[in-house]
Design a protein around this ligand. Sequence first.
Ligand SMILES: Cc1cc2nc3c(=O)[nH]c(=O)nc-3n(C[C@H](O)[C@H](O)[C@H](O)COP(=O)(O)OP(=O)(O)OC[C@H]3O[C@@H](n4cnc5c(N)ncnc54)[C@H](O)[C@@H]3O)c2cc1C
Length: 380
Amino acid sequence: MLDNELRDAVRSLCARYGEDYWQAHDRDRTYPEAFVRDLTQAGYLSCLIPEAYGGAGLGLREACAIMEEINRSGANSAACHAQMYTMGTVLRHGSEEQKRRWLPGIAAGELRLQAFAVTEADAGSDTTRIATFAERRGDRYVVTGRKIFISRVQHSDLMVLLARTTPLDRVEKRTGGLSVFVVDLREAGDALRVVPVETMINHETNELFFDGLEIPAENRIGEEGKGFSYILGGMNAERILLGSESVGDAHYFIDRAARYAGEREVFGRPIGQNQGIQFPLARAYIRTRAAAALRDEAVALYDAGAPCGAEANMCKLTASEAAWEAANAAMDTFGGYGLASEYGIERKFREARLYLVAPVSNNMVLAHVGQHVLGLPRSF
Ligand SMILES: Cc1cc2nc3c(=O)[nH]c(=O)nc-3n(C[C@H](O)[C@H](O)[C@H](O)COP(=O)(O)OP(=O)(O)OC[C@H]3O[C@@H](n4cnc5c(N)ncnc54)[C@H](O)[C@@H]3O)c2cc1C
C-alpha cells in the first residue's frame, strides 16, 4: 500500500469515531474498546509483524504514518500504541519458538501485547536503579517488587517486563543484570495486584505489585542479564512512534485552529487576520514540519538497521514541543471556547502534555544529546 493510500485508509477508519466518542470516554474514564478492536481487526496494530507470522510486514515508516493519522484525527492512540513497539523486543530478540507462540495470535487480534513495565517510583528516570527482582528457581522465575505508571495492563493479555536478575551491587556495569520477560497477565492471579493511577487524561495506567509472581523461564527474552540492551532498541522505536503521534496532535490543533480563525469574526473581521493569532499558528506549523522531517530522518535510519538513538530522541523532543506549541496557539485562537469541553481542544491539550514527560522526559533527551552527540560531560 502506498503511503497516501495507507493514510487515507486510517483516516476513514478514524472518521467513524468522532469527538463525541472520545469525549464520552474521556469523561467516563473508560477504555475506547471499539476503536482499538477496529484498528486491530484492520491489521494496523500488527503492521510491524513479518508476514511469516501473520502480520503485514511493514516498516516503522508506515507504523509512524498510522500513528500520526490517528492523532491528527482527534483520536488518542495512547490507548493502543504500545503494541507497535513492545512487540519489537520479541521480534528482534525472541527465539523462533517464542515468535511462533505469540506473534500469530497478536497478528490475528486474538492476543494483546499492550503493556510495557519499566518505570518504578524509587528509580524514576534512572532505569538501571529498578529493584523489581526476578529470582531463578528451577524452570521458573519468581518476581517480587512494584512498578508505577504501567499502562493498559487491564486491557492486555501479555506484558513485557524489565526486572533485575542480578542485584545492582553485584554487576560490573549498571546496565547489566537486567532481564526481559513476557508475562501472561491472564495467568497472574493474586501474585500481581493492579491498582489504577488517576491522571488528568483518560489513560489506563496502574501501579503494579508483584508478590511472588511465577514466570516460566521459557518466557525470558534473550539472554539473562542483557535485557537493558534489548529494550533500548524498542525505546528508539517508541520515541519515533510517539514523536509521530505528537506530529499528529500538532496538526490536529493547527487544522482546527486555522479553520476557526478563518471563520470567527470579532471587531468585524476574522480573528485569523490578526498577527497575534496568525503568527503563533504559522510558527507552530513550521515547527511541526521540522519535527516531521526529523522523524523521517530517524525512521529511515531505524528501518535501515542503522544506529538512531540521537535521532529518535531528537524526534521525540522536537515533536512533543511542536505539539505543545500548537496546543497553546489553538487555545489562544479559540479564546474561551478552547476551555469548553465541547470543542475538544482542552481534551487534546491535556493529552498532548503527556508527551513532554513520557515515555522519556525531555530533560533526559537533552542530557542524551549533550553527552552522546556534543561530547559534553555526563550531567548525572
Ligand atoms: C500517563 C503515563 C503513562 C505512562 N506509561 C508508562 C508505561 O506504560 N510503562 C512504563 O514503564 N512507564 C510509563 N510511564 C512512566 C514515564 O515513562 C515516566 O513518568 C517518565 O519516564 C519520567 O519518569 P518519572 O515520572 O519517574 O520522573 P522523575 O525521574 O522523577 O523525574 C522528574 C523530573 O526531574 C527531571 N530529572 C530527573 N533527573 C534529571 C537529571 N539528571 N537531569 C535533568 N532533569 C532530571 C526529569 O526530567 C523530570 O522532569 C507513564 C507515565 C505517565 C504519566
